[in-house]
Design a protein around this ligand. Structure first.
Ligand code: PGA
Length: 270
């Protein structure tokens, strides 16, 4: 995405926060959010399914400039799938975004690239913005497979052609998607790649999408995720192709998330 893209900060709460805790969090945001941040940034919260609708209502009542993401969706639009949640339900609950292919879904729940591609297509078809997560494991990194893995996850997840077969297609529009580069080994570990390594992977993703025919102005915004905190946010956000972050642990306290957004905003000179 271009240097001028609105920076995006996603708080992935994972399996944390009851409704009362979420309301308390929103009250803190209402007290502490700076005008400048509200104008310059896009803020997205990803609570658990069961509190989505109530959190949406609370956001509306407090007039907060915050969008909602679900942490997952089912790859079918409806039917006999006990325990699952469809994109239509998520839209009606107030979601604009949906996280897809998080490594915790891939690893603990066996989600494959093919299922993830179906989820991305279903979400887009329903007007939800997918936040597609990609990233290599520790072993893949040690074996210098990072680029290979990220390219494959991106190509399959977004149903892009690979460079050899790329025709002159220039109609692919991915500006309604977000991509989060999240190295599996960096999630919840306190370890992160250097900002230069993140930038390099983001550039690889851009070249992968370019060779599939995606024009510059139709690129998705590119986020980084994995142990983002107050100490590393500024360095990460200074990279030209880091358009935002997906934060887990450090997003659980409203004050910490606001500090991260503030430092990120300043790093982008906004
Ligand atoms: P973390 O999680 O910030 O706690 O590493 C990020 C994520 O899983 O999206």
């Amino acid at each position: 995405m271009s240097v001028m893209a609105t920076p995006c900060f996603v708080a992935n709460w994972k399996m944390n926060k009851t409704l009362s805790e979420a309301c308390d969090y929103l009250a803190h945001l209402q007290q502490g959010l700076k005008q400048e941040a509200c104008k310059a940034l896009e803020m997205i919260l990803a609570p658990s399914y069961v509190i989505l609708a109530a959190v949406a209502e609370q956001i509306r009542q407090l007039s907060l400039p915050i969008a909602l993401a679900a942490q997952n969706l089912h790859h079918k639009t409806g039917g006999a799938y006990t325990g699952e949640v469809s994109g239509t339900m998520l839209r009606e609950a107030g979601c604009r975004y949906v996280i897809i292919g998080h490594s915790e879904r891939r690893v603990y729940f066996g989600e494959t690239d093919a299922i993830i591609a179906e989820k991305v297509a279903v979400a887009r078809g329903l007007g939800l913005v997918p936040i597609l997560c990609v990233g290599e494991s520790a072993e893949e990194r040690e074996n210098h497979k990072t680029e290979l893995v990220v390219r494959r996850q991106l190509q399959v997840g977004l149903e892009l052609s690979n460079s050899e077969s790329a025709s002159s297609r220039s109609d692919i529009n991915l500006s309604d998607c977000l991509i989060a580069y999240e190295p599996v080994w960096a999630i919840g570990s306190g370890k992160t790649p250097t900002s230069a390594e993140v930038e390099q992977v983001h550039c690889t993703m851009i070249s992968c999408m370019k060779s599939a025919g995606v024009l510059e102005e139709r690129m998705p915004r590119l986020l980084y995720g994995g142990s983002v905190d107050e100490k590393n946010i500024a360095t990460l956000m200074k990279e030209p192709h880091v358009d935002g972050v997906l934060a887990g642990g450090a997003s659980l306290a409203a004050e910490r998330f606001m500090t991260i957004m503030e430092l990120g905003r300043r790093a982008k000179n906004l």
